[in-house]
Design a protein around this ligand. Sequence first.
Ligand SMILES: C[S@@+](CC[C@H](N)C(=O)[O-])C[C@H]1O[C@@H](n2cnc3c(N)ncnc32)[C@H](O)[C@@H]1O
Length: 240
Amino acid sequence: MKIGKRLQHIDAMVTSGYAHIWDCCCDHGLLGASLLARHMAPFIHFVDIVPELMRELETRLRHFYPAMAADASPSPVLSAWQVHCIDVASLPLSRHEGKQLVIIAGVGGDLMVQLVRTIHQANPNADIDFLLCPVHHQFTLRQQLIQLDFQLLEERLLEENRRFYELLLVSSKTRKMQPRCRVSAVGEQIWLVHTPEQADVASRYLSKTLAHYQRMQRGQHVDVSPIIEAYRAVAIQPHR
Ligand SMILES: C[S@@+](CC[C@H](N)C(=O)[O-])C[C@H]1O[C@@H](n2cnc3c(N)ncnc32)[C@H](O)[C@@H]1O
């Protein structure tokens, strides 16, 4: 099935080298199915908390990829799939060996903060990368990633259906041979643009984000002036 622009970007940020990839909050499993079709890892896991969704997805996967079901002894050159109807907070990562990628997309930043924190607390020494694409609350999520001392591997900004999305690929471990790259509170790579179109998206996203926090500040329930200052200091620049 065809996937939209946001899922295509997430899909494109997934590199090889993972033993297990978890498409969390997968809904109809479109992203995981694309990763499965591209054999991006030996194991692709589909996770969602809604039983009917997971039953339907399992039926479809058994129809289209019967030989790749994890319980069907799949070939070592293919990916194996498994469906888990569970809360993402209780992901069974410790039952598996090797490097794992946890993808969480399409849920609010506040829920994502809780999920990432819980998964990390349950697996403090595991080699886990997270690919995150929250709906709203990007600043809050970044604060959490900074607190957890996660390393930034890549970040992207994109617009789909007049909504903006930040995509963050981060690691709970420092990579050997790579400079430590901290997660920034408001983003860095997303403001380095390659094309006039990217400059336009970045500029509109920055204006929208600033307007959001300025409205919040006027509401006077909470002081977000440091956030406003941080976004005001952002400079959109050509990537060199
Ligand atoms: C809008 S869909 C996102 C689908 C897809 N990941 C995307 O980005 O397009 C959100 C999904 O998250 C699932 N979900 C919400 N909280 C969850 C949790 N704690 N554990 C597992 N799934 C959850 C919902 O059931 C729903 O299917």
